[in-house]
Design a binder for this molecule. Structure first.
Ligand SMILES: Cc1cc2nc3c(=O)[nH]c(=O)nc-3n(C[C@H](O)[C@H](O)[C@H](O)COP(=O)(O)O)c2cc1C
Length: 177
């Protein structure tokens, strides 16, 4: 196991994959990692739909083309769609004061980050896709209408080299008071 910072530096969006199928155990391992993320009141307001069926993959990839980008997704050997529960199990006093869904999107984002990092650890390439119509994705995959599909994650064995990271410097984004 490498140092976390090395893993975080190594992970980069991958948009070209080999034809090799991704083993079911590895996809489930990514979901297990996601399930270890923190969440408000431990509500775990997330669901993961793993898509490997060729016909469903094709239809799902088409739903990511909305903005004219993401054609590369047609060749992804697997997807995991991360969706957010409509009614997370947060403590009543928290829900009463802040609304039951106040923290869910952040929670789902953290789970997604864990999933991506586990994929990297397992030697898989991954890329989050955010441009799709929620209702169409849910209909295609049989996700509850009340929930929200937040991210489609493409996964596969990488067929491209990682790009150098472009990030704001720590001195620009951090303030110590
Ligand atoms: C919420 C979200 C939506 C994204 N949507 C897309 C997308 O639709 N297509 C795409 O190619 N990349 C997408 N990305 C990947 C980002 O472009 C990428 O994470 C960013 O440029 C930083 O690069 P890195 O992941 O290689 O570090 C998305 C990332 C996030 C977190």
């Amino acid at each position: 196991m490498e140092k976390f910072i090395e893993l975080a530096k190594k992970r980069g969006s991958c948009r070209a994959f080999t034809d090799k199928a991704v083993e079911k155990e590895l996809l489930l391992s990514c979901v297990e990692a996601a399930s270890l993320a923190p969440s408000a009141c431990n509500s775990q307001p997330w669901k993961f739909t793993i898509v490997t069926d060729p016909e469903k993959r094709k239809e799902l990839a088409e739903l990511t083309h909305d903005t004219g980008f993401n054609q590369w997704a047609d060749k992804a050997p697997a997807f995991i769609v991360v969706s957010e529960d409509a009614h997370p199990a947060v403590i009543k006093s928290v829900a009463d004061r802040y609304g039951e869904s106040r923290f869910s999107e952040g929670d789902v984002g953290m789970a997604t980050a864990y999933l991506l990092l586990q994929a990297e650890e397992l030697g898989l390439g991954s890329c989050v896709i955010g441009t799709f119509v929620d209702a169409k994705v849910k209909r295609l995959l049989g996700i509850s209408e009340a929930d929200t599909a937040r991210a489609i994650i493409a996964l596969g064995y990488p067929a491209e080299a990682p790009r150098p990271k472009k990030r704001k410097g720590v001195e620009e984004i951090a303030k110590i008071i």
